[in-house]
Write a protein that binds this ligand. Structure first.
Ligand code: KIV
Length: 259
């Protein structure tokens, strides 16, 4: 199986949509890897796997073993480590943490949130050989609200300038989160690198969603998520039936018994 490279991701701009999803475990990584170009070990892991209220609580030490597992089981996709909150407060801290992540997980790149204020950090990391994906629009680590971004002129101008600034500083792709369609279209047209949308319209060069959201496992279904299954319901039904069988001494069935 041919490994997807950053060069390959760049070559997809204006040609083939880039398919991205999150994974935090071996089971998910194995399935997602078959169909995706990029797998993100997102900081959403804190909310999805650990039940945290925001992404701000997850620690880099908690994410590293998950990322290592995903990387071990992803045979072809590019695996990206999402730097958690406060792990890249300046370029030196960012480098120290990113270097550790790359060494311990063998991930292919890191992702960090922010616009113009991240330019120096991005330049420093890429100069040191660490590939970076940027992230603008709604920034879950720092945004004061979770509303769609770019609806008014000031916000639109800021996000556009942020996207341009980071695209010129060395990132190889930009996540656009929850921005209005026209802004996503304008950014995508004006940057040379691929844009990956999450709630940012079909005009982006690729799309990303949280896997547990599309499978109906997380209980999170905002407008921008298409839920392809309701695995939560299926899991509950299966567990309820198992419990019933055990209580009624119906399980183990004859085929589950060693003679
Ligand atoms: O942590 C995450 O899951 C993300 C999204 C962009 C998918 O950052």
């Amino acid at each position: 199986m041919k490994k997807i490279t950053i060069k390959k991701i760049l070559s997809k701009k204006n040609k083939t949509p880039i398919v991205c999803l999150t994974a935090y475990s071996a089971i998910t990584a194995k399935i997602v890897d078959k169909y995706c170009d990029i797998i993100l070990v997102g900081d959403s892991l804190g909310m999805v796997l650990y039940g945290m209220k925001t992404t701000r609580k997850i620690k880099i030490e908690t994410m590293i073993p998950h990322a290592k597992t995903v990387k071990d089981f992803a045979r072809k996709s590019l695996v990206v480590f999402d730097m958690p909150y406060k792990t890249y407060t300046n370029k030196f801290i960012a480098y120290k943490n990113a270097k550790k992540v790359m060494k311990l997980t063998k991930c292919d790149a890191i992702k960090l949130e922010g616009g113009k204020e991240m330019v120096n950090t991005i330049k420093y990391l890429t100069k040191k050989g660490i590939p970076v994906i940027g992230h603008v629009g709604l920034l879950p680590q720092t945004s004061s609200n979770f509303k769609v971004k770019g609806k008014n002129f000031i916000e639109e101008k800021k996000i556009f300038e942020d996207a341009l600034a980071i695209s010129n500083s060395g990132v190889f792709a930009i996540i656009l989160e929850c921005v209005v369609e026209n802004l996503a279209k304008r950014i995508t047209k004006n940057v040379a690198i691929p844009t990956i949308g999450i709630g940012a319209s079909k005009y982006c060069d690729g799309q990303i969603l949280v896997t547990e959201d599309i499978l109906g496992l997380s209980g999170f279904h905002p407008k921008f998520v298409k839920q392809y299954a309701n695995l939560s319901k299926l899991a509950e039904k299966s567990i309820k039936n198992y419990a019933k069988d055990v209580k009624k001494r119906r399980f183990p069935f004859s085929e589950n018994v060693y003679k």
